[in-house]
Write a protein that binds this ligand. Sequence first.
Ligand code: NDP
Length: 499
Amino acid sequence: MAVERTQKPLTPALTEWEYAPAPEARELVSLQERYGLFIGGELVEPRSREWFPTISPSTEELLAEVAQAGPEDVDSAVTAARTAYENGWSALAAPERAKYLFRIARIIQERSRELAVLESLNGGKPIRESRDVDVPLAAAHFFYYAGWADKLEYAFPNRRPKSLGVAGQIIPWNFPLLMLAWKIAPALAAGNTVVLKPAETTPLTALLFADVCRQADLPPGVVNIVTGDGRTGAALVQHEDVEKIAFTGSTEVGKAIQRELAGTGKKLTLELGGKAANIVFDDAALDGAIEGIVNGIYFNQGHVCCAGSRLLVQESIYEATVAKLKRRLETLRLGDPLDKNTDVGAINSKLQLDKITELVESGKDEGAEIYQPPCRLPEKGYWFAPTVFTNVAQSYRIAQEEIFGPVLSVMTFRTPEEAVEKANNTPYGLSAGVWTEKGSRILWMAERLKAGVVWANTFNRFDPASPFGGYKESGFGREGGRHGLEPYLSFEGSESWGG
Ligand code: NDP
């Protein structure tokens, strides 16, 4: 018997995919008009009597005024840290120290939405990233190091680990809360007290963290936060009563700090820039690799020290890779960092935008071919479209210098040996990525790449248990894992590296 089918009218295919706005609630954050310095457990007025504005880079709107700590303020903070160290913290039973760290970790989790919104507001990064990466990883670092606090003897058997005293810590603006966690968690777990200087453009989550410390009943002076510009950082480095300096930032400032500390006996770790190679072989799963390339360079607007800013593609798949990459770039959504659909947020500051623009211009002048997907940049704030350069020579500035923005330089190679040679042709050595289905090739490459971290078939993945740090001009010392405790400890009868 014949079945009669009724023809349903076909729904016309969508030609445009407009996303409705999905803003995160900004009301989760309540801002003060002015923030003092967090010294001895309280927010205090700066003795310098100087303040500076902190803004939202996506709108240029003033968020608050923040204290500019002068040398006297840095001295007060170091004194508070020393007092806290001598009068209790260093003698506290290790399981008690761990309790504070666990408490901080839990409070970060409880206040995660507030912290994420503030991070995106002050730094310009998409809320999806601050919510799913920065804040959970910051909590994970405190949980991880809380676990080590009472097990130092097991971490370093027969070496009798001892805390150092006061650690001075200087952090950049690309991952403000996460870098704070990378610095403070191991330092406290090892039994030290700290004075931390956040970056000038992103002080607000560090000041909210001060409130987390108060909520956790952390003894006053164990954590001190001095806001300010490079002068504040320099005063902290120069302070005589600091046993250790931990710095993350530019290679230039890192070198200046190393010169300053030479011969003082202070311990130093430097986590500096990078120009990582992301290497794609012709046997790689290409769609997965494209996602890794995008995550490698456009995550956090490319403000990532280990960003995969040099793409090395095997010649036989060059055309297909570039075509797929360009198509994928067209789907990235640039705009309001607080919108949950945003992939690419604002550039952190006018200064950084100028630096990116200057380097991109140099790429065009030197003869590279630029591609930017069609996208509308907001009128207010600091923005830069995701950018790909092809036809790039090894000698071009865009292939040599750290751009620290959403700019990728694509180059080719024919053999694994050539890939290694090109990848290592940089003064930096922080990270690298390898995309191939052959496990043996991954191991072969990882052995030869001069990079602290080598990701295989992934990129920009972080874990508190995994040590992170560089070779050559990317710095020395490791953060994360058991290795991350070592720079905050002294050992009986032996000098540790990074010292
Ligand atoms: P900086 O190295 O200047 O900043 C890092 C931190 O050091 C900030 O807190 C900064 O304060 C502080 N600082 C600045 N000068 C001194 C000093 N003389 N002594 C002690 N501390 C100091 O980096 P920028 O923010 O200027 O960025 C410049 C470039 O550095 C970027 O374009 C990028 O290429 C690279 N960079 C690399 C990072 C990484 O993670 N590897 C992170 C940030 C930047 P303030 O904020 O006031 O300047």
